[in-house]
Design a protein around this ligand. Sequence first.
Ligand code: ANZ
Ligand code: ZN
Length: 861
Amino acid sequence: MSEPIDKFDHKEIDAKWQKRWREAELFKVTEDATGPKSYVLDMFPYPSGAGISVGHCRNYIPSDCYARFMRMRGNNVLHPMGWDAFGQPAETEAIKRGSHPRETVPKYVANYKRQLNLVGISFDWSREFNSSEPDYYKWTQWIFLLLYKRGLAYRSMAPANWCPQEKTVLANEEVQGGLCWRCGSRVEKRDLPQWFLKITDYAERLLHDLDGLEWSEGLKMMQRNWIGRSEGVEFEMKVDGTEHSFRVFTTRIDTVFGMTFCVFAPEHPLVVRITTDERRAEVEVYAKRAQALSEIDRMATEREKSGVFTGAYAINPANGARVPIWVADYVLMGYGTGAIMAVPGHDERDFEFAKKYGLEIRRVIADNSSLADVPLEKAEPAYGVMVNAGEYSGVACDEGQRRLGEWFEAQRTGERKVNYRLRDWLISRQRYWGCPIPMIHCPSCGMVPVPDTDLPVLLPDVDNYQPTGTGESPLAAIPEFINVNCPSCGGAARRETDTMAGSACSSWYFLRYADPKNDQAAFDPAKAAYWLPVDCYVGGTEHAVGHLLYARFWTKVLQDAGYITFGEPFLKLMNQGSVLGLTPFRKPRENETLSVGQEGILVRPEDVPSIPQDQVFWRWERMSKSKGNVVTPDEMVEDFGADSLRIYELFVAPFEMNIQWSSEGMQGANRFLNRVWRAVLGAKFDREWRSKLEQPFDGKAKSLRQKTHSSLAKVYEDISGFRFNTAVAAMMEWLNELQDFQSSGGSSAAESEAIECFVRALSPMAPHLADEMWERLGFSGFLLGDRLIDPDPAVAKADTVTIAVQVNGKLRSTLEVPAETVGPELERLALADQKVVQHTDGLTVRKVIVVPGRLVNIVAS
Ligand code: ANZ
Ligand code: ZN
């Protein structure tokens, strides 16, 4: 090799191999029943105009390393990519720039794709699709209709979360802390007819099946809490002196004797009927005010409680007591029955409320009966025994719950019930850039689904796709779109003008990758059965209760309808940490105020020089375009090459941890790869090393071989477990040992073995450089198409010793074993030894004497 090998030329190497991979269609896969498969999937990205940052790469690079590794371990790997192109981000972007999403999306997609290729991600682009193409959304509509036909889609008037900025409704999952999760506006309530999907029918299964998933406990807990299962009793109460009655739900029926008042949600329909005339004005004012608040705000425990008395009373069915009925916003209409029995002695919110309005607080639970009259300083929600509870006094809480539940059921005035906090999924949006809901409103037939044969309902072009702000989609302004003939009676009818939220598109895309070009069906069940479920899903935790719950729901529905045989889409889920960028802020000026949690005013990096030094401070913030702290893979690849970026992102920290971006780290990664380059190509490589392993090795060569095989084992184990940082660290140590060996002048089959094993193992991490070195070592083809070398556990073990094996005192065989091999293992190995078996043939083994590290003597007769 005459060329200089001091440093590798990353530009030339990146371009050369990316071109060759593309031309060879190296990443293309098809079903192959002869071996195991592995489906490695990154979450469906929105192709935004900003392109990807090194922050996004924290997801794509490790999952690519894993996918390449799985393939090199003999799996048929599906690693696809596509675009979640419908929905708010594309539309917001398009509105801002006055361009049509149909034009901007392909541009953004092309840019994302270019960037991902730049980093050498091994996506099978032949399976690429985007969710805003009719070929795709036809099947999103088909699944919607499947849900409708199965009674799982319905339209109903609902107080919806309304984002005044985006002029659309939001799902509960899109409201965070009372704010819109995208634009941060305070969410309002509006009564609008909306489409819902009945995810609540699947609450129990969604909860139960979490147990079998290989997801982080934290994420499972978030889903469990979101589903919010609680067991309790729902029972009926009479309004004193009227025919009216209402129901309440409680998880603590054992506290029913401590009910000293009841509370209705302000929206409860009975409120207007039972409120007395002299209380009416005050109640109405209160109810109106409550309407403006979000559920989240209303539930917040730290908010001061407020409420008004209705003037009416209810009867406690357990003891006949007459209790006042109040209205308060901490009771929600959407949960349980929208009315509660208030037990201030044992419920914190009720306690606070009773204190404020001077209502009675009564102890009905205590650690033991002798404490029945101890006054309550605060609500004591613990379990113990019932006290001051008539015939139930002295009864343990759990027994009391059971008996009271039975009592209500026997009376037929109540029953034990399971409640879920999970609400039905609000799926309609009054926005243009989404998948049209395939329904028709007919004056004579009512709601009529678009026949499957008429799908897709195409999204028409509009002149103005700005939201109308009236709660109607811009599609309502297009006569050619809305006017249709009813598929059932043929009469004049109107199309539904709402579109589906983007989360509909991402609820089944993982199935489409199995069969992306199918125009007869959403997917071929056989292909889905081959590729799915997804074996390894990689994405952020921000989707914990949105996407990850919806996708599980649709999967279960498709399973129930017989299209697939599995009920969980993502067996293993890995959540990457974020990349933080150093972000400049300035101190607020005198006339400026900061909102809660805000430390300073964000400034653009280019403005920093013009601000007085003592006014500027820097903080680590999640990388995003809006923060002006983005580093692009383009810059990094330009300066250091794709593989340096890959190594840096793999090595910098455990996969799930946040990292602070550092350019010095990039240089370190680049230096490591240059060392690899020199160690591999500066040696005399002997392709025939395998045939020379029989020769005796000296101590140094022996220890290099041990390092090679133990490193292989460690690297494979770490990559399998998503511990990429320690895998790279093991490569670095291994390289050190190889370099030590080389600088001490050693050269043998052990060195060539180390080099070949190293280059192969490096391939999933730094594929460009690995393929280049592979070629320069005299091989051809691509490492990805080849296998990784299996570590030899015997060589991997620290030094071996030779054990003499005697039969009745005569040396019959020897064992080559790791020095630390213990007695019972030596005995087992000795007895299984071929020569020993021959010499004990026909004899009975009477005794085995083991001297660890030296010999085994078998006494047989
Ligand atoms: C009396 C009681 C006594 C309660 C006690 C709790 C403790 P989870 O566990 O989340 O399901 N509740 C019921 N419906 C409500 C609504 N629409 N808005 C606000 N609160 C409501 O919560 C169930 C408990 O929350 C119920 O049990 C009820 O208060 C309250 F020592 O009833 B409990
Ligand atoms: Zn009709």
